[in-house]
Design a protein around this ligand. Sequence first.
Ligand SMILES: Cc1ncc(COP(=O)(O)O)c(C=O)c1O
Length: 395
Amino acid sequence: MGVDIFSKCIDFCAAADLKKTGFYPYFHKVESEQGPEVVINGEKKVVVCSNNYLGLANHPKVIEASVAATKRYGTSCTGSRFLNGTNDLHEKVEEKFAKFVGKENAILFTTGHHSNLGALSCLVGKNEVFITDKLVHASIIDGCRLSFGEMVRFRHNDMVDLERQLIKYQDKAMLIVVDGIFSMEGDIANFPEISKLAKKYGARVFIDEAHSLGVIGENGRGIGEYFNMEEDEDILMATASKSLASIGGFIASKAEVIDYIKHNARSMIFTASLPPSCVGAIDAALDLVVSEPERRINLMKTANKMKKAFESMGYNTNHSQSPIVPLTVGSDLVAFKMWRVLFDEGVFASPVVTPAVPEGQSIMRTSYMATHSDSHLNFILEKFKKVGKQFGVIA
Ligand SMILES: Cc1ncc(COP(=O)(O)O)c(C=O)c1O
């Protein structure tokens, strides 16, 4: 008889061991809406780990649109987009999104993760190649793994290494895949150089704008707008679970590319469509991204203020250029301990540890919302100063 398939589960003790120490930071139950403050175990915590960048997840207009969509269409579409699960609201939001980002067409998946799985796995086939930045999001890696194509990676934002890979694979069809804003590092892809190299070697460019849509570019259209290069972004992916205050994922591109993905992406065809409540929320959030630009301006002011303040305390914020400001703290254990003390002091933060980061380079990933007040921000800074000193991360 072979080994019991469950033996790995029985042997798995990392989480239980961490729970025994009191430093387990995961799966905490939020008992309130997701704003700059949340309630956990009956206590208020100031949040510094949310992706609710524009603060729209509890905006009255977004809630109203979500409720109205539920009342009109019910709670579920009970099937795949491909079959019975598409309604007119899905199509309205796809058209609105495509128009917003200046692409011919867009398609709405059930999550951002599904969009990367579905689009990437069907776009790159046998004898074709993904060339991805080493630090792309896990959902991109999963999409590449599901494809029959080959995946090669270049060093993070290193254009010399990218060109080396493009030269090596130039005889094959190639898709360069990067995050617009990198989800842990908070830095921005070097799109001007990527685009130049893509054209030189005949590759296409796919940009995951999960953290950049609504956030950067004068109108919040993301990386393409930020660099004034929207035409050069062959495929744009975005999620609705961050600035758009909902859940769902978009892929936008030329009409024929979207048509191909629509009929070949297994994560669209073989899963149920996004429920009306979520689509209604996206619809209203997209309007607010356009009509309330002050949110984006406020958000970036906050991010810059926090980055400067952390640096003046002695924290290493790496190359952050966005509302994601990672603070390098050292070992996994230091990150877990800092998380615990911050939590007890009233700050809800996120430790990011190995294997998500290299050994010894764990971070506290801080991220900001347009709705953080000065008093929230000062509270966060005061607590990080105290805790950073306590654990010897800053002097
Ligand atoms: C860069 C990036 N891409 C894709 C996703 C997946 O999006 P979703 O969580 O909406 O499925 C995330 C989510 O964290 C992300 O950070």
